[in-house]
Design a protein around this ligand. Structure first.
Ligand code: ADP
Ligand code: MG
Length: 267
């Protein structure tokens, strides 16, 4: 009985994107970017979105976050139609820069301050998060004094500390070297399990998508539609362990083939 209930809880839809369309006007006229885009995100899901460059991945995030209005379609949150998820999502943008004139602590506290939280309370909370993410001792450092991986950890804390329902992460690790990326994938996986967050991750890194996700949404080229949704049945303890799972390369090659990337296994 209990097992069945847990099963139902895990697959409860949290976010429903239905038939979303969006065009932009440029010098050559109107360009349709999103064409009838639909997908569902479940409670505690970890979904990666992959697709060709320029297909509209950031655009769909901007729509979900309420920074852009769609031309058509609907967004439902827990069964209710909403204009956007403004205030419910933590959005780590592709070029999410820390404020260089603020210390690490100042950057992490920024959202809590804006929300009007008592400064002392905000500081205590920020210090706890920094400790949890191995950044104790760097509270008073400025972003330029940190490595790329540390800066991304601070950006991730800044997003998580606001306790959003859903994290939108737009290529958060793309500028990092492979070793740092592997490490941060592990940090991210642990954090979303600890804080029980739903994650939607945009990545151009197919093995990152397979190693981290419960499901992968593959988008077509512009105008973008959902080409396929894959369930990733690996469930490894860590993203590094996922890469040595016997099913890993099967998923990897399937996704490459869908994105028209030639590998020996699919030529
Ligand atoms: N504000 C905008 N005005 C005009 N064109 C835009 C705007 N934002 C994005 N685009 C265009 O929409 C397409 C999709 O962009 P984007 O969502 O950033 O793609 P992706 O994140 O998948 O690389 C691109 O061709 C881009 O040039
Ligand atoms: Mg983008």
């Amino acid at each position: 009985m209990q097992v069945a209930w847990v099963g139902i809880m895990q697959t409860k839809p949290q976010l429903n994107i239905r038939n979303v369309t969006k065009s932009f006007r440029n010098k050559d006229g109107e360009v349709r970017v999103l064409d009838d885009l639909s997908f569902t995100i479940n409670e505690s899901d970890f979904v990666s979105i992959i697709g060709p460059s320029g297909c509209g991945k950031t655009t769909i995030f901007n729509i979900i976050a309420g920074l852009l209005e769609p031309d058509g379609g609907t967004i439902q949150f827990r069964g209710q139609e909403v204009d956007s998820l403004r205030g419910r999502v933590g959005y780590m943008m592709q070029k999410d820069l820390l404020f260089p004139w603020r210390t690490v602590l100042g950057n992490v506290m920024l959202g809590l301050e804006t929300r009007g939280m008592d400064m002392e309370k905000a500081q205590t909370r920020a210090r706890l998060y920094l400790q949890e993410f191995g950044l104790s001792g760097f509270e008073n450092a400025y972003p330029k004094m940190l490595s790329g991986g540390m800066r991304q950890r601070v950006a991730l804390i800044r997003t998580l500390i606001m306790d959003p329902d859903i994290l939108l992460l737009d290529e958060p690790f793309s500028a990092l070297d492979y070793q740092t990326r592997l490490y941060l994938e592990g940090v991210l996986k642990d954090a979303v399990e600890t804080y029980k967050k739903t994650v939607i991750l945009v990545t151009h890194d197919i093995d990152e998508a397979v190693a981290l996700s419960k499901r992968v949404v593959v988008l077509s080229g512009r105008p973008s539609r959902v080409k396929q949704v894959h369930s990733i049945d690996i469930g490894a303890r860590s993203p590094v362990a996922a890469r040595s799972d016997s099913r890993f390369s099967g998923y990897f090659h399937t996704l490459c083939a869908e994105l028209d990337i030639q590998t020996e296994a699919n030529t």
